[in-house]
Design a protein around this ligand. Structure first.
Ligand code: SF4
Length: 304
């Protein structure tokens, strides 16, 4: 499937330490309904059949329901709202999104307790709202896939978070290793762990999720660190397609990641995963070097 990512506005009711959008909330304009309609219509004409509405915080856009309705009317088969999840605490809002045609609810949860989650979101009450929101979505029979940004402050919480998501009935979760852009770049020294420190906890979370039948992935963790968990590498399933950002349009987010955002080193050419692997985001080896990433010899590691 090809999917368009439309960032419909950059306001947000959280103030997450790791926000990849940085300070766009102060300057970037909301997209108008006409702009959103035009993006959707153009994408459908080009055979794109998935859309994810993101931001900023898409639920703060007054026309999100209209955007979802228009996407459904024009034939998108997968319509996702990727959100901080707080507004899902209102059952009627979830019902209206479902009636409008949303097919996937994508809230974010960054810890198994209010202290851990809100220590990152800086939004009191946001943990209880997201937990209630996931329960509301599941009560309506909606598909729920969550995103978690893994940082120095929450990586040890990943197994408890996985257990909570299983209890709540989430269908799928992704553990995204923090990307050092936006405010995450400004706070990188306090926010970014070494991947090898975080991975034992992330893998325990994957074990818990998979044992319960959830689809589980990690993002921005190359294959050489995922021995035995290669089927959980998110880059294998991220849909290809364009991104409409604040003031630019990327024809292919996948090409951007592979050609500019992420990096590999010369030694990676010896690795059995070289052609499939995107490498880490380029800022990571600038901070911690390459010693964690060891080329995997041919014949080692599972291919699924
Ligand atoms: S290509 Fe490089 S970064 Fe990717 S898995 Fe192999 S050694 Fe790791």
């Amino acid at each position: 499937m090809k999917r368009i990512d439309i960032k419909i506005g950059f306001e947000c009711n959280n103030l997450c330490d790791f926000c990849a959008q940085g300070h766009k909330r102060d300057s970037a304009a909301r997209k108008t309904p006409a702009q959103i309609r035009a993006l959707l219509d153009d994408a459908r004409r080009r055979g794109i059949d998935g859309v994810v509405f993101t931001g900023g915080e898409p639920t703060m856009h007054p026309w999100l329901l209209g955007a979802v309705r228009h996407a459904a009317k024009t034939g998108f088969s997968a319509i996702q709202v990727q959100t901080n999840g707080r507004r899902f605490a209102y059952p009627d809002y979830c019902r209206r999104l479902k009636a409008a045609g949303v097919t996937e609810m994508g809230p974010s949860l960054h810890g198994a307790t209010a202290a851990v989650h809100e220590g990152l979101t800086k939004a009191p009450g946001s943990f209880a709202q997201v937990v209630k929101g996931i329960a509301n979505c599941k009560a309506l029979g909606l598909y729920v896939l969550t995103n978690t940004v893994v940082t120095s402050r929450n990586y040890k919480d990943m197994p408890a978070l996985a257990r909570l998501l299983v209890r709540l009935g989430a269908d799928q979760f992704q553990l995204a290793f923090v990307h050092m852009v936006g405010t995450a770049w400004e706070k990188r020294r306090e926010l970014v762990p070494r991947k090898t420190d975080a991975l034992p906890y992330m893998k325990e979370a994957l074990d818990i999720g998979r044992a319960a039948g959830l689809l589980c992935h990690t993002e921005a963790v190359p294959f050489c660190l995922m021995a035995g968990y290669e089927d959980c590498v998110a880059e294998r399933i991220i849909p290809e397609g364009p991104v409409s950002d604040a003031d630019f349009y990327l024809e292919s987010y996948g090409d951007y990641r592979r050609d500019q955002g992420k990096t590999k080193r010369a030694g990676c050419r010896r690795c059995r995963w070289f052609s499939e692997c995107e490498g880490p985001w380029k800022e990571y080896p600038e901070l911690y070097g390459w010693d964690e990433f060891r080329p995997v010899p041919a014949g080692k590691g599972r291919r699924r």
